[in-house]
Design a protein around this ligand. Sequence first.
Ligand code: CP
Length: 365
Amino acid sequence: MRSLIDIKDFTTEELDSLIATAKDIIANPEKYSDACRGKKLATLFFEPSTRTRLSFEAAMLELGGSVIGFSEASSSSAAKGESVADTAKMISCYADIMAMRHPKEGAPFVASLSATIPVINAGDGGHCHPTQTLADLLTISMEKGRLDNLTVGFCGDLKYGRTVHSLISALSRSKGIKLVLISPEELKIPSFVRYETIEKYGMDYEETASLEEALPKLDILYMTRIQRERFSDTYQYERLKDSYILTEEKMALAKEDTSVLHPLPRVNEISVKVDNDKRACYFKQALYGKYMRMALILKLLEEAKTPKIAPDFSGEEYIHERIECKNPRCISATEQELPKIFKITDPAANICRCVFCEEKSNYKV
Ligand code: CP
């Protein structure tokens, strides 16, 4: 049995196979209309969602299965103080597979440790969003016919934009990717993406604050919303919220075949007038998300027939109960009796990372 918590949980071959299945579902939907008859998906959404929750639910219904769940924490027993681990144990009694969105980073991972059914991370705080990446990869494959040899610009909130973190992680496996990271200084890519993906895998990248300068180089422009809900300082959000607005005039700087992606929802960072541009792909991207989630549900239910393999934190690279995670958004800040586990990721620089949220810490005092 397997879960999808981080996009790196799947190999490149597995991602290619999911894309191939999604394309086959698009071409032959009737072949799949009964594939999950008798199976139940639970959608546990502790944070708002339109696309992810409803596309998961549509995906399961189109596979002939059924759906249970909740769309806000206040209507679940989390409001009475139930832990993520206990919630996951309970849902394992009622459903065959679950998709969880949670504001705390690492919460779906914690759920996967106690669940006896597959857990899908549907977005954990500002950390990861692997199923959005599945939608993004199918969109790029459909638009460009390839996932390699592309210059990809990420624009906006690269600090809290979890979809950015997961897509960069997936692209680190492709050849010939050039990243152009476009953000204000305050919203630059976080340390775990910079050091554990971009630098670690030797990705070619540049950073700039200018969307106008970057635009003419890009094959893909991945716009993002400034993530108001992750800011602790309202003044800073107000100061940064209009940093980038893609307009028809700016689109004139882009190549004829630049594809514009956005995970959505958008606020004002893409003018509605750009929607009519043939290069705007973001609504197609949301539709492709449903087909990739169908492919994912099929894969994880098939793999649920094999025993669960618990992660092994016993090696010398793991540090137990010695370090507190400093990230207030980490699930370890609220989940009762969660073990404190850090992985040494850079011994030369004295750096380890929380296994739940990837926040860095020094481990030698
Ligand atoms: N892209 C995305 O996660 O959208 P929702 O928040 O509407 O699910």
